[in-house]
Design a protein around this ligand. Sequence first.
Ligand SMILES: Cc1cc2nc3c(=O)[nH]c(=O)nc-3n(C[C@H](O)[C@H](O)[C@H](O)COP(=O)(O)OP(=O)(O)OC[C@H]3O[C@@H](n4cnc5c(N)ncnc54)[C@H](O)[C@@H]3O)c2cc1C
Length: 528
Amino acid sequence: MLDVLIVGAGFGGLYGLHKLRSQGLRVRVLEAAPSVGGTWWANRYPGARVDIQSLEYSYSFDEALQQQWHWSERYASQPELLRYANHVADRFDLRRDIVLNTRVAAAHFDEAAALWRVRTERGESLDARFVVMAIGPLSSPNTPAIPGLETFEGPVLHSACWPHEPVDFAGRHVAVVGTGSSAVQLIPLIAEQARTLTVFQRTPAYAVPAHNGALEPEREARIKADYAGFRARNRRTRAGFGSELSPHPLPTMQVDAVQREALFEERWCVGGFALLGAFVDTLTDPRANDACAEFVRGKIRSIVRDPAVAQVLCPTHPIGCKRLCVDTGYYDTYNRDNVTLVDVGAAPIECVTAHGLVTGGRAHRTDMLVLATGFDAFTGPLTRIDLRGRAGLHIRDKWRGGPLNYLGLAVAGFPNLFNLVGAGSTSAFTSVIVSIEHHIDWIAECIAWLDARGHATIEATEPAEAAWVALGNAIAQQTVFLGCNSWYLGANIPGKPRIFMPMAGGFPAYAERCAAAAHDGYAGFDVH
Ligand SMILES: Cc1cc2nc3c(=O)[nH]c(=O)nc-3n(C[C@H](O)[C@H](O)[C@H](O)COP(=O)(O)OP(=O)(O)OC[C@H]3O[C@@H](n4cnc5c(N)ncnc54)[C@H](O)[C@@H]3O)c2cc1C
């Protein structure tokens, strides 16, 4: 029997195994894919890379690792991230406890034995006292139900299940559906190779340049001179990264227009999420948000030469309401002669035919179809599993109206089950590795506490869960996050309840709440 079964060998599962095993626990990881790496194994489309700088999107738990690992670019690409995951697996001798090619099909809580009975798709059974779901917030790809999709005669590629062999776009007519983060990364590169590229856009994206390039040796040396201090300063920011830049001391609208514009420009030149951090109220005050949004719309109009195309590319929803895209040459791609933008918001995709797509009665011929249509975020990976808690309660029934949870880590009715970087935690607004390390450390401490006292189970209470979800909703009401149809709200999946799933209160406040619950003897949990 295992002490802990971890599902998933992405960055969450890898650190979970290392941490819990070094605490003397018997731990096993089951991973559906043939490799470790999670997100960075699956998402290998052209241009796939992080949107948070690698010095900040990386593990901090081991000083030698963070000193010795060298990132070649400011924003690492998918192959380098996958190498890093493999390096971590080897360096900490993790592979001996990881079973690859093994999808967990079911996990049922046996109340009499206070154990999880876990079954894989191949029919093997394992018992564990605790289960850690490290299955990722974005590991359940969403393929839209477009009529006729199965009749398309050319290749259909999804950005999140990209082939492992190189894909040759040369001389081909290519269509991309979607303009979220993955699409914004892959569109410029496919446009360079394809004969023509047609982009089908439902909602325009705000994209800010990454200004990616080789990692500057002086910056790397400066940060590594006090990496622990840098990480600690980052953990004190709302997003768990970006501590090198502070927001302006005044709210946006109290700063005169010239200075405001100058600060936006400065942040645009820094690149990435720096723009959203220029002022403290960008995500909470609609007027402040619109000032920032209008700055980006101005950039789009100045980059894209055809004013009609620029107009279609200009978003009208609040900036940051959907995840900000971090790009390399995205808007400029629409100046190419071989690229066409189709406004699906105005004329939706009606169907796919053997040779293309039809929108507004018009046929668009294509040889290859790329779906950059995102994920069933947060809940999708969990509800795909036959997961049953007390009295056979299925997670799909428990979450019919939205993902009830406490601290994002636990669900009432599902004792001894911990969820990583899912609904109810601030992870989506942080550098996710910061959240992963936080969650795993909290879980490790919790299991040690239970074992030291001879307790068999820990389970979130329903009142604690209700209060946590209410708090999440109340915080979201004070932000711009409810002002668009985002995956944070489940709005990209037909039929999914519209609930703001992540916690928007900022990482430090969230971490404090988790610590306070633990220090109060796991307040909000029943322990037996
Ligand atoms: C294209 C892309 C870019 C991203 N860029 C960033 C970024 O720049 N910064 C950032 O902070 N975050 C980013 N993210 C979010 C990213 O998901 C996290 O940063 C991080 O990789 C999550 O790690 P994880 O271990 O929690 O989950 P994952 O990496 O998703 O790993 C989960 C693993 O669980 C496995 N699994 C799922 N279900 C089962 C099952 N039933 N049985 C067995 N195994 C299962 C999956 O195969 C997968 O390997 C990005 C996500 C995507 C998709």
